[in-house]
Design a binder for this molecule. Structure first.
Ligand code: PHE
Ligand code: CA
Ligand code: ZN
Ligand code: ZN
Ligand code: ZN
Length: 273
């Protein structure tokens, strides 16, 4: 898998921040900043050769879905992140980080002219913050095609300033792919109880799809032991700006963002081959 240039991810985060600033300070569901975020990401994907669709749903919802042409659609690997923020801020870590990370991996797929055995599909969900509404709507719309999703990978918060390195434990095989990657980088991982059922992978898991993902932590507090192994600050939240106005471009740990984005590429290359 390629090494994703973290400067490209940071540039996307700058753009998402600017979009929020130009639209009342947020990118929340139903707000103009959300629609502008969809247009920004869609423009890059279209230019790179993805087949993109905006799936609209009740209440002005908009999911963005992007297919990389080729591969067996009966075995589709999906990668998703929620693109909506809360209303209190720009949502740069939550979840500009996952949104930009998967975007740059998608663009790397295009750059590499990847011809994977499995079909690859990327998605940016709306209304996660309202209770996983966009991803649930998408899964409902799949019907019998749900069986064709061989794996769904979710990325929600991958640049937390006081970063932990968490891997979802829903599926041992997918968990192993991420753990092998982190091991190569000499980073110890943990599972997180903060993750369980609280992001869009839960919509897929409930429909019987194999899921996985990584996470750098939200509002919970880092322990002494974690601070030692991750070179962090004990007694402080992983993200002290979680769901706050200060979740802006200064609220990103670049090392964590880089590490987790390269991890997405590793998993996408491995799972789709
Ligand atoms: N879904 C939560 C939010 O957007 C945060 C979260 C991310 C929780 C990842 C668990 C796993 O606020
Ligand atoms: Ca990198
Ligand atoms: Zn959130
Ligand atoms: Zn989130
Ligand atoms: Zn719906």
């Amino acid at each position: 898998a390629p090494d994703i240039n973290v400067a490209d991810v940071q540039q996307d985060l700058k753009e998402l921040q600017s979009i929020a600033e130009a639209n009342g300070g947020n990118r929340a569901h139903g707000q103009p900043g959300y629609k502008a975020s969809v247009e920004f990401i869609k423009g890059k994907l279209d230019k790179a050769g993805f087949e993109t669709k905006v799936q609209e749903f009740d209440g002005g919802g908009m999911n963005l879905v992007a297919d990389w042409p080729g591969g067996s659609e009966d075995e589709t690997v999906m990668v998703g992140s929620h693109l909506d923020s809360v209303e209190s801020g720009a949502g740069v870590n939550d979840n500009g980080s996952g949104s930009a990370g998967i975007l740059e991996v998608a663009l790397a797929v295009a750059d590499a002219k990847l011809e994977p055995k499995k079909h690859l599909r990327f998605a940016w969900w709306d209304a996660e913050e309202l209770g996983l509404v966009g991803s649930q709507h998408y899964v409902d719309s799949l019907g019998a095609d749900t069986e064709k999703i061989s794996t769904y990978l979710n990325f929600d918060m991958i640049g937390s300033p006081n970063a932990g390195h968490f891997v979802y434990d829903d599926d041992a095989t997918v968990q192993g792919i991420f753990n092998d990657y982190f091991k190569e980088k000499n980073i110890e991982t943990e599972t997180s109880s903060e993750v369980n059922g609280r992001s869009d992978h839960a919509s897929f898991a409930a429909a019987g799809v194999t899921v996985g993902g990584t996470f750098t932590g939200a509002g919970d507090t880092m322990s002494e032991e974690q601070a030692q192994k991750w070179d962090g600050k004990a007694g402080e939240s992983y993200d002290k700006c979680y769901h706050s106005e200060c979740d802006d471009t200064s609220n990103i740990n670049e090392k964590a963002l880089d590490l987790h984005t390269d991890g997405i590429a590793h998993a996408v290359w491995q799972l789709s081959s």
